[in-house]
Design a protein around this ligand. Structure first.
Ligand SMILES: Nc1ncnc2c1ncn2[C@@H]1O[C@H](COP(=O)(O)OP(=O)(O)OP(=O)(O)O)[C@@H](O)[C@H]1O
Length: 317
């Protein structure tokens, strides 16, 4: 039967004719975890999410939500799950409250409980100001919020959110991320995103997929540690030439790069060496004035590229 508290996929596969959109993906997500689904356009993120949500039948493999197989126990699996599909909610001619009432009816809610839940999600997603408008006429951000409201309406233990912050402005992105973080402690959450900063902001773990295959499953910190920038030191000096000369005294520096645009210097350590303190000491002793000095944890965008573009692989090796 599987674990009652997890989302679990096992060799989940979707083929369209000869084309394999999702190729044997297996992972587990537990309560308290926010799993970020990362991948370039067409990687198979939405297809995987639709299969977990029971909207698309797998060609092979299986998915379970809280112990319920999405194909053989679809009603129980759907009850345990909230799903935010890509794009805008259907039923665009409805106003938000009527839409949420409809979703509540489908979910089998009634009476006081139904009213309470609808009022709760309207408050949480701050939909009060748009209740008089039909969904079609709402801004992209408000459409997304209506979609999120329907996903969390029945307070499910598991949530699948397909690009939850897509189309939102920076303030709305911040609000939705705060909402996800607030729900994260007792729910199982899977989100897909192209936005790497989102991984930092909300995800405890990230799965990278490309070409339908799972290429990495790690914490954001573990992914960053794969970056060639992990442990590098970046600085901006008033006199770049003088700083460069001073850095030549640090034996554990392997190489130095200077950004042609902003003259920011990045020093890379020899394998296994720590260079922040030696650099800081030498800058001080040589009286080099710096406006910024930073130990790099690693750059997710570079790791993402090296994982998803085969020709960039050597950069992460
Ligand atoms: N019904 C279909 N028939 C044929 N191919 C499909 C079908 N649906 C999706 N695909 C293909 O499957 C692949 C995976 O699509 P999917 O939408 O899952 O990617 P994604 O990672 O969500 O991309 P995006 O970030 O652009 O949303 C794409 O190449 C897509 O064109």
């Amino acid at each position: 039967m599987g674990d009652l508290t997890m989302i679990e996929t096992s060799q989940l596969t979707k083929r369209y004719g000869q084309f394999t959109a999702v190729d044997g993906i297996s992972f587990k997500v537990q309560p308290g975890e926010v799993l970020g689904f990362l991948g370039p356009n067409g990687a198979g993120k939405s297809t995987t999410m639709k299969m977990i949500a029971g909207f698309l039948a797998p060609t092979a493999g299986s998915a379970k939500v809280c112990g319920f197989d999405v194909e053989s126990q679809p009603i129980q699996a759907k009850r345990a799950l909230g799903y935010l599909p890509e794009g805008a909610p259907s039923y665009g001619e409805m106003k938000p409250r009527a839409f949420l009432e409809f979703v509540a009816d489908v979910r089998g809610m009634s009476g006081e409980q139904k009213k309470k839940r609808i009022d709760d999600v309207i408050g949480r997603l701050q939909l009060e100001s748009v209740l008089a408008q039909s969904i079609d006429t709402l801004s992209k951000g408000f459409k997304r919020r209506v979609g999120l409201a329907q996903a969390i309406l029945h307070d499910p233990p598991a949530l699948i959110l397909d690009e939850p912050t897509d189309g939102l402005d920076p303030n709305q992105k911040h609000e939705v991320r705060a909402l996800i973080n607030a729900m994260a402690h007792d729910k199982i959450i899977v989100i897909s995103t192209h936005i790497l900063e989102e991984v930092h902001a909300v995800c405890t773990r990230a799965v990278v997929i490309a070409g339908g295959k799972l290429l990495a499953d790690a914490t954001p910190a573990e992914l960053e540690a794969r970056s060639r920038y992990h442990g590098a030191v970046s600085l901006t000096a008033v006199n770049t030439g003088a700083a460069r000369q001073a850095l030549a005294r640090v034996a554990d520096i392997e190489s130095i790069e200077i950004d042609p645009q902003d003259h920011r210097i990045t020093a890379f350590p020899k394998k296994g060496r720590a260079i922040f303190m030696p650099i800081s000491d030498v800058l001080k002793s040589q009286n080099i004035e710096v406006s910024e000095l930073q130990l790099e944890s690693g750059r997710l965008d570079e790791v993402f590229r090296s994982i998803t573009l085969p020709e960039a692989k050597e950069a992460s090796a």
